[in-house]
Design a protein around this ligand. Structure first.
Ligand code: ATP
Ligand code: MG
Length: 636
């Protein structure tokens, strides 16, 4: 048989979704077969695999008990506590059953919400699988969020139980969780009935609220070795709620279904990530983010792979730790983010060549624009192909990517390649509502129905789902990604930045991403953020905040000015003088969210002398002080 091209594969998914997706649906177990592939009678709401009954936990774990009970399913490595523990499918099954029994004993059942506010420990994953098993809806809140953010999510999700730990660990220091939970519960209008605590023994002074708090170890012993039957769910029953990062404002509760998500993930493991049963996948995200949900917790197991749950930093004990893990566990598929790679880029490159990476087929990166220099640097240093994928919390899996399981298409640096099967992607001119030609910038939209796995609605707010995501065009319902993109003549897409990150310089629309990419081309720049600030003459001008690789060269004001000019020249050369930043400031750290996304909005606010806004997700507060200091120094 002649292999199918990606182009044909995609076309088939759009022109005949019923046959395409019923074929993909065979990758998972259906307790009751579906009667209809897609119900799109209430656009833009799509229901996939109507009438079918399935279960995510069953597909991830139970299904493998027959063929691979003694293969690893979950490999836990903590460089924070030194703990390492492997769970086979059989052992994982036993733990998840016990966790499910504990949740049931607290009155949790189908449709109830459970908030999981946890560090990266195995029990966090057990809790997620256990919820899926009994049909409860989990909502994992990233452990770095402060109590106010947690309280907001509690009030939106109204959980029956909140699962937490006494503490997490970061960079060798314990980070208490439980007292933040207590604070959140007192701030919330609708606090949970019970708080289930995994006590790691890291916080001796942990307060306990009698009657509400439950110790997991005690409850686990009480239920014993127990089997909890799988709750077979309707395909469109919700599996979880996940709040978006909130980079652009109030977080939205992305609601995911069950069957569509399972099929989308299973298919992505085959066509995009090329992972095979019996191998190991290492995703360096956190279970609090969508990448963690999809590619730490669910997808690898759906494919019969072992997943690696890593608690720790990429540079501790040294910058070789990830590659050591790859060697040790013969990882074949790895998934990380450009931000993490940029962190490694600042370290000694020797760490990248100390380990045997023969098992590693691909390194996938997503979450932020992947600039050409970073992509080239990591793929050359590792000798492993790098694949950029573009997606969102809302979609749950890639919108744009190479699909190497279908066809080995060449990659272009800076581009996440093509629209993925199921996603009818187009670039739109916001003012005319028309699709733009090749080489023209436009807002990346998805013509609905959204494929399986994407959000089915905003939790508890159907109207917000429609008004937020489907108001790109006046007379036609098209999903907006709120990102700008461009497609070249070969059909490759490039993401230029978020719609509100586009700068209007004297009538020219420039993506901050384009300018950042140009600046990253300078050999002594590790990282950069560009924002547009108000200018009386030109409307807006770009201003750059750059992190030099070697700051020791910037000895005095003259060296600063010379380097600034070099950076400006780099932009002139690649984009033209129109894109040249009005100023280039040098800092050692950029403000980012805990998920590694640049807080351009806050930088811009500071540069325009405004309040930087909601900073609850800010990773390191000194980064903003540096921006302030850099700006002040200039004014003096
Ligand atoms: P919020 O929607 O609450 O503001 P967020 O958009 O930061 O939060 P996510 O859903 O985690 O939260 O991030 C998705 C966004 O990340 C995309 O819309 C895009 O802007 C960016 N992104 C993700 N992957 C890529 C990529 N490969 N290239 C460029 N940008 C990317
Ligand atoms: Mg978003």
């Amino acid at each position: 048989m002649v292999a199918e091209t990606v182009k044909h594969f995609h076309e088939r998914s759009i022109s005949n979704p019923d046959s395409f997706w019923s074929e993909q649906a065979q990758l998972i177990h259906w307790e009751k077969p579906f009667e209809q592939v897609l119900d799109y009678s209430k656009p833009p709401f799509a229901r996939w695999f109507v009438g079918g009954k399935t279960n995510l936990c069953y597909n991830a774990i139970d299904r493998h008990l027959k063929d691979r009970p003694d293969q690893n399913a979950l490999i836990y490595i903590s460089t924070e506590t030194g703990a390492e523990k492997n769970y086979t499918f059989r052992e994982l099954h036993a733990e998840v059953n016990r966790f499910a029994a504990v949740l049931k004993s607290l009155g949790v059942g189908k449709g109830d919400r459970v908030i999981i506010y946890m560090p990266m420990i195995p029990e966090a994953a057990f809790a997620m699988y256990a919820c899926a098993r009994i049909g409860a809806i989990h909502s994992v809140v990233f452990g770095g969020f402060a109590s106010q953010s947690l309280a907001t999510r509690i009030d939106d999700a109204k959980p029956k139980v909140l699962v937490t730990a006494d503490a997490g660990m970061r960079s060798g220091k314990s980070v208490p969780y439980k007292h933040l939970v207590d604070e959140a519960c007192s701030l919330a209008q609708m606090p949970p009935k019970n708080v289930l605590i995994i006590n790691r023994g890291l916080d001796a002074g942990m307060p306990i609220t009698a009657g509400r708090d439950v110790d997991y170890a005690t409850a686990r012993n009480a239920v014993g070795e127990v089997q909890v039957p799988v709750e077979w769910l309707e395909s469109s029953d919700p599996s979880y709620i996940l709040y978006t990062s909130g980079t652009t404002g109030k977080p939205k509760g992305v609601q995911r279904d069950t069957g569509g998500y399972a099929v989308a993930l299973a298919a992505s493991m085959k066509h995009i990530y090329c992972g095979n049963a019996g191998e190991a996948m290492f995703t360096t995200s956190d279970i609090g983010w969508v990448v963690g949900h999809s590619y730490i917790v669910y997808a690898p197991l759906l494919a019969g792979m072992a997943t690696i749950l890593y608690e720790g930093l990429p540079i501790r004990p040294d910058a070789g730790i990830w590659w050591k893990i790859v060697e040790q566990h013969k990882v074949s598929v790895m998934f990380s983010s450009p931000t993490a790679v940029r962190v490694l880029k600042k370290q000694d490159p020797k760490y990248l060549s100390q380990y045997n990476l023969k098992s590693l087929r691909y390194l996938f990166l997503a979450g932020e624009p992947l600039d050409e220099p970073t992509a080239k640097w990591i793929s050359d240093s590792l000798g492993v192909p790098v694949v950029d994928n573009y997606w969102q919390t809302e979609t749950g899996w890639p919108i744009l990517s190479a699909m190497l399981g279908v066809e080995n298409t060449p990659r272009k640096y800076g581009s996440p390649s093509f629209p993925v099967y199921g996603f009818n992607v187009a670039l739109f001119d916001e003012s005319t509502g028309l699709e733009v030609e090749a080489d023209q910038k436009g807002v990346l939209g998805i013509v609905p129905p959204l494929p399986p796995g994407c959000l089915s609605t905003v939790w508890g707010d159907d109207a917000r789902f429609v008004s937020t995501y489907f108001s790109l065009l006046k007379d036609r319902k098209v999903y907006s990604s709120f990102d700008w993109g461009i497609r070249d003549h070969d059909g490759y897409y490039f993401i230029l930045g978020r719609t509100d990150d586009v700068i209007n310089v004297a009538g020219h629309r420039l993506g901050t991403r384009e300018i950042e990419e140009a600046i990253s081309g300078h050999a002594n720049i590790a990282e950069v953020a560009v924002v547009g600030i108000e200018d009386k003459l030109k409307g807006q001008v770009p201003v750059a905040f750059a992190v030099p690789k070697n700051a020791s060269l910037l000895v005095d004001a003259a060296a600063h000015r010379a380097f600034e000019k070099e950076v400006m020249d780099t932009v002139d050369k690649s984009l033209g003088a129109i894109a040249r930043p009005a100023r280039v400031y040098f800092v050692t750290l950029l403000p980012k969210t805990r998920s590694g996304k640049l807080l351009r909005r806050s930088i811009q606010a500071l540069a325009e002398g405004r309040d930087p806004g909601d900073l609850t997700t800010l990773d390191d507060a000194t980064s903003l002080q540096q921006i302030r200091a850099a700006l002040e120094q200039h004014l003096r």
